[in-house]
Write a protein that binds this ligand. Structure first.
Ligand code: PMP
Length: 385
């Protein structure tokens, strides 16, 4: 007899990004990979050196659950000075990536049976994490016509006694949208009135191109209802190091530290020292990567504008364009055909909820030459389909 699994496991499905990734790994022909959501750069050398030194200097044991004090302080200082977030060291928990921070945020705010409001297109891990916490994900579709602007009225209308949390992913994966401050303020105000948590996923905040990046907790009055999620993954090319944080009201974060003890104990000690170097050391490599992404963003906007049958709201941040090709079929079937017949790999939009139907996420975390080649292949596909 096989070992039975919980409904929690049975209800979980791998994201369609993963499906495309696996198909691409198995393919035997030359592919342009534009489905991957991670920087194509090496981690800056001084960060790697700091990790090596930490290992050699005996920083190889458990740390305090919340993280080493120097790193909590560095994260608080960076959140204050770069994004205006009123964070204090005792209001920061260091986690295993932004991913663990999000998981802890859900566990700390969602009672079983409560709802988690998710403006959609939605990053697939939120509904999964809400479900793992015993909650019910509720999508609030945003419209492509507005460039996926936050529809505060639609979110507030759905908010009630059954609501536990709202997740605001800004800058957004997959749309590259930065939500405007006015609707965000309205949502946070309503959330505070209902004692609902606002989980602000700001892992892409450092890759904001057209305006100064501002953290939500930095400009709303009700910042004690906001949990700020961040990580070094995207800004410092450190996805594999797995280091992030959750920041909020110290009294709330204290409880987060308690449940964090039973999930991972603490983030890896060597990596915490590397992250300290990332935040407090030379920032030139980070600025260089940022400028490179910004240049690629221009290229992507230009190519989308010049190809017939292709459209997308201009990405304002991160490294994604959420494109709509004039092709019939589900986005998964379109993505599979683009891979097998034209050799270009994109993430299917319906993996990002109901608002993602018919769309594809194109990641420009790849070289200019590969991005150009990818668009050439998409153009050929649109002409010959
Ligand atoms: N939030 C969003 C929207 C993401 O796209 C990702 C990574 N793909 C994460 C959070 C988590 O990233 P990490 O755990 O590497 O910090």
């Amino acid at each position: 007899m096989t070992l039975s699994q919980t409904t929690r496991v049975k209800n979980s499905t791998p994201s369609s990004i993963r499906v495309m990734f696996d198909l691409a790994e198995q393919a035997d022909h030359d592919l342009v990979r534009l489905e991957v959501g991670q920087p194509d750069f090496q981690t800056p050398a001084h960060i790697i050196d700091a990790a090596t030194a930490a290992a050699k200097n005996g920083h190889t044991g458990y740390t305090a659950n919340a993280g080493i004090p120097e790193l909590r302080a560095a994260v608080a200082e960076m959140l204050q000075s770069s994004y205006g977030v009123p964070a204090t060291p005792d209001g920061v928990t260091i986690t295993v990536g932004g991913m663990e921070a999000l998981h802890l945020a859900m566990l700390a705010t969602v009672e079983p049976g409560q709802e988690v409001l998710l403006p959609s297109p939605v990053w697939p891990n939120y509904p999964m994490q809400a479900t793992l916490a015993g909650g019910t994900p509720v999508e609030i579709p945003l419209s492509a016509e507005t460039g996926y602007a936050l529809d505060a009225d639609a979110v507030i209308e759905r908010m009630g006694p059954e609501t536990a949390a709202v997740v605001l992913c800004t800058p957004s994966n997959p749309t590259g949208r930065v939500f405007d401050e006015k609707p965000v303020r309205a949502v946070v105000e309503a959330a505070a009135a209902h004692d609902v948590a606002v989980i602000a996923d700001e892992v892409y905040l450092g890759l904001t191109y057209d305006r100064a990046p501002r953290g939500i907790a930095g400009y709303v009055d009700e910042h004690e209802h906001v949990l700020t999620i961040g990580s070094v993954s995207k800004t410092h090319a450190m996805t594999g190091w797995r280091l992030g944080w959750i920041a909020g009201d110290p009294a709330f974060i204290d409880g987060v530290n308690t449940i964090h003890e039973s999930t991972t104990s603490c983030a890896p000690s060597i990596v915490q020292h590397a992250a300290l170097a990332a935040l407090t050391g030379p920032q030139e490599p980070v600025v260089e990567m940022y400028e490179t992404f910004k240049g690629r963003r221009e290229l992507v906007v230009d190519r989308i504008a010049e190809i017939d049958g292709l459209s997308a709201p201009d990405p304002q941040a991160a490294f994604y364009a959420f494109i709509e090709p004039e092709l019939s079929g589900s986005s998964l079937s379109i993505a599979k055909r683009l891979l097998s017949e034209f050799g270009v790999v994109l993430a299917p939009g319906d993996g990002f909820g109901t608002a993602g139907k018919g769309r594809l996420r194109l990641s420009f975390a790849n070289s200019t030459a590969q991005i150009e080649e990818g668009f050439d292949r998409i153009e050929t596909a649109l002409r010959s389909w």
